[in-house]
Design a protein around this ligand. Structure first.
Ligand code: FAD
Length: 620
């Protein structure tokens, strides 16, 4: 073979999507000479689907990436054109920051971050083969014959491995619209003998905002006080905009129903499994046939761009049907479709072949991150990127691997879910997947992870210093609160109203009552007034959950002792008070034979397991 050029790196990351960027950046941050190789320079940081970052569960992941000094949070903050904290009215544990992003700014900012980090090179090319030595991956071959050697390789090829795009009964090869599929690399992956499968996902048509009748539509602004992703950001960088809201109607549903057989999905052209929780409009019309309408958010794709992303109507119907059903919707009667919606099928690797560093057990030197592992979503991809990137670097240049656990992070929950349970449909993060969700909050991601990042060498000095300052303030505040013990009478004299049970409490315990704030306690402990607002808010969040977190830890310890306690096959979950109907249903279906197995059921919590255990104890 003719070798055009030969290059050598510690780590090479294949793919410039969300997993690839955060993987390469993490690898270079810990000191490995790193290259990111991707198909197109302007493909770096591309959002293949909706122009939004975060949301429930996903927002937690972005905060965790940021706590480790990763890219996604700061880039999303720079590009955000509408910030909303989801579940604002619920407790901080289940609130999810979300931002709609200007696609162009997101890409530009990501490219800037990637090209300004010392030790990180960007190469453009198509990877088609691996260089192997004694069964270990030691480099890559590009389609032009160039060879790149590396001590570790991270593959983050997203939906590109043997990607097949479907629009109605038309199918063609592609990694996403406008990009070639990675077919040669897909074929090469077969030779490793890994368990692989097909998944699918879809996207809606893109609309020309200039042809939408905005005047008749409801509009949804962002939050008045935007909550940012990064612990380092304090306000949006770009002008903030509103979204439009419209709805499908019976006419829309009739058009879709009449043409179902022409949809790629319903016409039998697709074999891959799609995400159940992110159904296409065809799925919604069939599965929820009694619903007369479905909500659609009309989301601007950028400030200098009139493209609109209609969130909620992803489809694989033919283009003429897409035009008909879209134009049956209020405000969209004269809309022009700029790009049709489509579905895409692609190869993924069964993630049970990976260890918790995201390295393949049977192919030394090769790490996988992102959609290739059966996940869906930018945030899931970027979070895996950090894990694979840092660990590939540690393997290449030496140093302890970095592990994440279910009890310290959503990242740990995801890695454990993927590597132990595998996937049966595209995996996305939900808060219900985390059994320790009361302690894994978006607001305390830095308290949980920044020290781990500092220890691993992932966190730059300026962030480490800010974090240390923040922790000092928090510790000072907490010790002031804990050092002052008062009776309800003293509290009442100072206008702090809690139950009159005569119990002495520290001010930190008093702060755990939802209606009490740090400022309310300043009359009792005047030194509290010297704390800044950020510290006061964080102390409130920490105190609010302190009792639950302690109870959770206690439950987890007890359960650890009884993990292998048998559950009789006729155990009646229906009799357990305090267990949700959803969990009862799952337990009845799975019929776990012991508590350890019950604990692996999706959405299971330590509190629910404790209920089962206490019932078992009573039965014996
Ligand atoms: P990608 O972002 O796909 O990046 C892959 C990168 O690999 C690209 O830069 C590509 O150039 C590079 N590459 C591939 N092969 C090679 C090669 N051989 N050599 C060099 N470079 C290569 N997510 C959701 O959460 N919700 C949705 O509704 C949703 N809908 C989607 C609809 C569509 C049509 C698509 C395509 C994706 C959708 N996604 C959705 C998924 C989301 O886009 C991905 O989860 C996310 O982008 C995955 O990130 P990644 O880094 O793993 O891969």
């Amino acid at each position: 073979m003719f070798h055009v050029k030969q290059l050598d790196f510690d780590v090479v990351v294949v793919g410039g999507g969300h997993a690839g960027c955060d993987a390469a950046h993490a690898s270079a941050r810990v000191g490995a000479k790193t290259a990111l190789i991707t198909l197109k320079m302007d493909g770096i940081g591309v959002m293949s689907c909706n122009p939004a970052i975060g949301g429930l569960g996903k927002g937690h992941l972005v905060r965790e990436i940021d706590a480790l000094d990763g890219l996604m949070g700061t880039v999303a903050d720079k590009a955000g054109i509408q910030f909303r904290l989801l579940n604002r009215r619920k407790g901080p544990a289940v609130q999810g920051p979300r931002a709609q992003a200007d696609r162009f700014v997101y890409r530009t900012e990501m490219l800037k971050q990637m090209t300004t980090l010392p030790g990180l090179s960007i190469l453009v090319g198509e990877v088609v083969d691996f260089i192997m030595h004694l069964g270990r991956v030691t480099g890559l071959v590009l389609s032009d014959g160039s060879e790149i050697t590396a001590r570790s390789v991270v593959l983050t090829t997203g939906t590109f491995l043997r990607g097949l795009i479907h629009i109605g009964d038309k199918s063609f090869s592609g990694g996403r619209m406008g990009d070639n599929a990675a077919n040669r690399l897909g074929d090469r992956m077969d030779s490793f003998g890994l368990q692989m499968g097909r998944l699918k996902t879809g996207t809606p048509p893109r609309l020309d905002g200039k042809t939408i009748n905005w005047d008749v539509l409801e509009s949804q602004p962002g939050d008045e006080t935007p909550v940012m992703f990064s612990f380092l950001s304090n306000k949006p960088n770009l002008k903030q905009v509103s979204c439009g809201i419209t709805h499908t109607n019976m006419k829309t549903h009739d058009i879709i129903r009449d043409n179902l057989s022409r949809s790629a999905m319903y016409g039998g052209h697709i074999e891959g499994v799609g995400p159940r929780y992110c159904p296409s409009i065809e799925d919604k019309v069939v599965r929820f046939s009694d619903k007369e309408s479905h909500q659609i958010f009309l989301e601007p794709e950028g400030l200098g761009d009139h493209t609109i992303y209609p969130n909620g109507i992803s489809t694989s119907l033919p283009q003429d049907v897409q035009e008909d059903y879209v134009r049956s919707i209020k405000g969209l009667e004269n809309v022009r479709i700029l790009q049709p919606g489509y579905a895409i099928e692609y190869d993924y690797v069964d993630p049970r072949a990976l260890d918790s560093r995201l390295a393949l057990n049977d192919v030394p030197g090769l790490f996988l991150a992102g959609q290739i592992n059966g996940t869906t979503g930018y945030e899931e991809a970027a979070a895996q990127g950090v894990v694979a990137g840092v660990n590939a670097a540690k393997e290449a240049v030496g140093g302890d691997p970095v592990f994440f656990s279910r009890s310290n992070s959503y990242i740990g929950v995801m890695i454990d879910d993927l590597t132990t349970r595998g996937v049966s449909e595209p995996y996305r993060m939900f808060t219900s997947r985390a059994e320790f969700r009361l302690s894994l909050r978006a607001d305390n991601a830095d308290q949980r992870l920044t020290d781990i990042g500092i220890e691993a060498g992932l966190v730059k000095k300026s962030r480490a210093e800010l974090f240390s300052d923040k922790m000092e303030h928090l510790e000072k505040g907490k010790s002031l609160l804990e050092g002052c013990v008062v009776s309800p009478k003293v509290l009442n004299q100072n206008f702090v109203k809690i139950s009159e049970d005569g119990k002495q409490r520290s001010l930190y315990q008093v702060l755990s009552f939802p209606e009490v704030s740090v400022s309310d306690l300043e009359m009792i402990e005047p030194k509290l007034s010297s704390l800044n607002e950020e510290t006061k808010t964080q102390l409130k969040n920490d105190a609010l959950y302190a009792t639950y977190v302690e109870r959770q830890r206690h439950d987890a310890e007890i359960l650890k002792r009884d993990e292998y306690r048998n559950i009789p096959s006729n155990f009646d979950y229906g009799l357990l008070e305090g267990l949700s109907n959803e969990l009862k249903f799952k337990l009845r279906t799975v019929r776990p034979s012991n508590l350890a197995q019950a604990g692996r059921i999706e959405g299971m919590t330590p509190a629910a397991l404790a209920l089962i255990l206490s019932k078992l104890n009573r039965q014996n």
